[in-house]
Design a protein around this ligand. Structure first.
Ligand SMILES: NC(=O)c1ccc[n+]([C@@H]2O[C@H](COP(=O)([O-])OP(=O)(O)OC[C@H]3O[C@@H](n4cnc5c(N)ncnc54)[C@H](OP(=O)(O)O)[C@@H]3O)[C@@H](O)[C@H]2O)c1
Length: 281
């Protein structure tokens, strides 16, 4: 398979580029802006990949509330452009979405692919548009993986922010009423490539196993990296953030692990083994 990675300087895009080496062409936002259809068509025509890995996204959840045009352009129209180009040249697309398509009110357990999306913020709505555009433009040649609380080698993630705060502040305050699944970029790359090898198509939740609160995630990440800092549990409402968050948005990876006949590592086991690698400690 020959891969084209879009959004290649982000944390997931760069993990794919690292893993795939010479079998991929990896383009940053400067080299291929997904909001520019002509640029996407040119890239696809030039490189003629078998698979496009669309890691490009507008991920600033709070900024999206006031800059919804940028969020919709990248997360909605950008995906439509990628799908359109793929459709014209007969190419398969893998796209990444989010647990923020859900409202966080489900009580019976983690979200499955059968649950109806109902985003509570602009970012979540823009990502849902992206999913819908992809299904519409390329109904039989796509994989959509919803991921959550992604961490890896880049800086656009919670663990990186946590380390910066730990260096500046006497103690940390982290939400104890926000639940999801910390998921490593390594896990996402591993199971995306396996799913492609096995010929899967459609929608899957691709997360590590289990779930936790942001507070516990912070404590475990600091412990894993050998940092001693007091973490005080706080309620989300205390932070007065512009964007509402779904309080409980863990997703189950049951459909994907079943189709692949694998056990996807538990979030804590993966955190303890991957974080020191990703953060070079
Ligand atoms: N991070 C999370 O916690 C999280 C949670 C749930 C879902 N996801 C989803 O997982 C996927 C990967 O996220 P990530 O954490 O790797 O994000 P990331 O580190 O923020 O990377 C996103 C990349 O997209 C690029 N980009 C932005 N606008 C673009 C445009 N117009 N054209 C081309 N590229 C553009 C960015 O380039 P610049 O650096 O040049 O702006 C950046 O390199 C995304 O679909 C995201 O929505 C992430």
């Amino acid at each position: 398979m020959k891969f084209l990675v879009l959004g290649a300087s982000g944390q997931l895009g760069s993990e794919f580029a690292l893993r795939l080496g010479n079998s991929c062409v990896a383009l940053s936002s400067r080299e291929c802006d997904v909001t520019n259809l002509k640029a996407v068509l040119e890239a696809v025509e030039t490189f003629r990949p078998t698979v496009i890995l669309n890691c490009a996204a507008y991920n600033l959840v709070d900024s999206a509330e006031s800059d919804f045009v940028s969020a919709f352009k990248v997360n909605g129209l950008g995906v439509r452009n990628v799908a359109h180009a793929a459709s014209r040249f007969g190419i398969f697309v893998v796209h990444f979405s989010t647990d923020y398509v859900f409202n966080g009110k489900k009580e019976e357990g983690p979200y499955t692919e059968n649950d109806s999306p109902d985003p509570v913020n602009v970012y979540g709505r823009s990502k849902l548009f992206g999913e819908e555009f992809l299904r519409e433009e390329l109904p039989h040649r796509h994989l959509i993986f919803r991921v959550s609380w992604l961490y890896g080698r880049g800086r656009q993630n919670f663990v990186w922010k946590l380390l910066n705060w730990a260096g500046e502040r006497p103690y940390l305050k982290v939400a104890c009423d926000e639940f999801s699944v910390p998921t490593s970029t390594r896990t996402v790359v591993d199971y995306t490539l396996l799913a492609l090898k096995k010929g899967l198509t459609g929608l899957f939740h691709l997360v590590n196993t289990g779930f936790t609160s942001r507070f516990e995630w912070a404590r475990e990440a600091l412990k894993t990296l050998g940092l001693k800092k007091f973490v005080r549990p706080a309620y989300m409402a205390e932070f007065n953030l512009p964007a509402k968050r779904p309080g409980f948005s863990p997703m189950s990876n049951g459909r994907l692990s079943g189709e692949l006949s694998v056990e996807i590592p538990h979030w804590l086991e993966e955190l303890r083994s991957f974080l020191p690698v990703a953060f070079n400690r």
